[in-house]
Design a protein around this ligand. Structure first.
Ligand code: ZN
Length: 435
């Protein structure tokens, strides 16, 4: 069955891959972009009047916990990818800390097959760096790469051993394909028992701290090992100003590193924890206003390459407990784009091209997701999102995600996904998930 034909008429096309930001029509036929131009003829296609909307390449998330296999009570590939589609995503990297851990090809294949059968967007399984994410012996990296994995991470856990990280970054260079080693950079000893950023607010709230230095020391170590090995390093969810400064200098030095930041670290600070809201308990923790400003600046100047959600669903009963017993994490796939539009684009902090670049084009490149991230050009797979930039909405259940642990719960955001197309087929049409 061939994909239907659509004429998306009159949207502001924002396409970072071509540096393009102008009103255009886009004709989609047979799952690919057929034509881009002004005043295109519908020629039998269904016309979607999207004047006043933004049309961009479908978003790409480098960091989502879809929880399947093993924790299907929190989320499944079916529900997580629908949440992704609702948020405008056409591709997500599924983190490896599932049960079993994605540390060998069989698990990767199982995730991919589930995604093909039940998913509403493309899923790129992340492989673990170490067996069982135990941090000791390297996972079957050769087998994982052969199975198509390009991003390896023990996320949820820092690669605590410098020797293991060295071996992983060295091994990653052995392949013809670019293979990226992604680290959750927090020193496990320094954050032991910590509940939130260590500072005046952790003292006032009586909660044990996770100091920013825990991130700083691991980022410094990881960058040194990336320099030594020449391996390709990615730093997950940066949270602190000093870590950002280390990455900035490393990039100037030519070290092969990329970095991501989450919408919640771009928005909240440790002061927002005063009501002990467990939805704001995240790892790494929310930090100071100064850190948040540094993250924003780094996203604007490209020191931080991408916005990634760290979508981390939990069951209601798991989060509705005392703060120090709640698991860390917030869902984020359904709100990431609107948060960036509301917090950064609307106040003029970042321009729309760079925002879409950080949400789609650059993460697609890091992930090796060549069908995603644009350019929006004839012959390219029609992985697209249409957004109403003026639509104002409040973040509240029901969510498309199985979970409801949203850091942004109750917040008013501006900008809402109208249509998402995956290879020309709508996964979201008129604001409703249809996949
Ligand atoms: Zn992490």
């Amino acid at each position: 069955m061939s994909a239907p034909a659509w004429l998306l008429r009159g949207a502001r096309v924002v396409d970072p891959a071509q540096g393009r930001d102008e009103p255009l029509d886009v004709l989609v036929r047979g799952g690919v972009v057929a034509e881009v131009g002004v005043g295109l003829d519908a020629a039998g296609a269904t016309v979607l009047d999207v004047a006043g909307a933004l049309l961009a390449p479908g978003l790409v998330d480098l960091h989502a916990h879809l929880r399947e296999p093993g924790e299907e009570h929190k989320e499944t590939i079916a529900t997580g990818t629908r949440a992704a589609a609702a948020g405008g995503y056409t591709a997500v990297a599924a983190m490896a800390n599932t049960s079993p851990v994605s540390d060998r090809a069989a698990v990767v294949r199982a995730v991919r097959e589930l995604a093909e059968a039940t998913g509403a967007c493309d899923v790129f399984p992340v492989g673990a760096i170490t067996k069982g994410q135990q941090g000791e012996t390297l996972a079957e990296i050769g087998e994982l790469v052969e199975a198509g994995v390009r991003l390896l991470s023990d996320d949820g856990r820092c690669v605590a051993s410098a020797r293991v990280l060295r071996n992983a970054l060295t091994y990653a260079r052995a392949f013809a394909e670019p293979v990226v080693i992604a680290d959750h950079a927090e020193d496990p000893d320094l954050v032991e028992g910590g509940q939130m950023h260590e500072g005046v607010h952790s003292v006032a709230l009586g909660l044990a701290g996770r100091p920013a230095e825990a991130e700083e020391v691991i980022v410094a170590r990881d960058l040194a090992i990336a320099r030594m090995t020449g391996g390709r390093l990615h730093l997950c969810h940066l949270s602190s100003a000093r870590a950002v400064e280390l990455v900035r200098r490393a990039k100037q030095e030519g070290i092969r590193v990329s970095a991501e930041v989450t919408p919640h670290h771009l928005t909240f600070t440790d002061e927002d924890l005063r009501d002990y809201d467990t939805n704001l308990k995240v790892n790494p923790p929310l930090r100071t206003a100064e850190d948040r400003e540094a993250l924003r600046d780094a996203l604007v100047d490209g020191t931080i390459d991408a916005v990634a959600t760290d979508h981390a669903p939990h069951a209601v009963e798991e989060k509705e407990v005392e703060f120090d017993r709640a698991p860390p994490g917030t869902i984020g796939l359904e709100t990431a784009l609107a948060v960036v539009l509301t917090e950064l684009v609307a106040p003029g902090r970042i321009d729309l091209l760079r925002a879409i670049d950080a949400l789609s084009t650059t993460p697609a490149r890091i992930l090796g997701a060549s069908e995603h991230g644009g350019p929006i050009a004839p012959g390219r797979p029609a992985n697209l999102v249409v957004v109403d930039p003026e639509a104002s909405w409040v973040v509240e259940p029901p969510f498309v995600s199985k979970a409801r642990n949203a850091a942004f719960l109750g917040r008013r955001l501006r900008g809402r996904v109208v249509h998402t197309l995956l290879r020309g087929r709508p996964t979201v049409l008129d604001g409703k998930v249809v996949a």
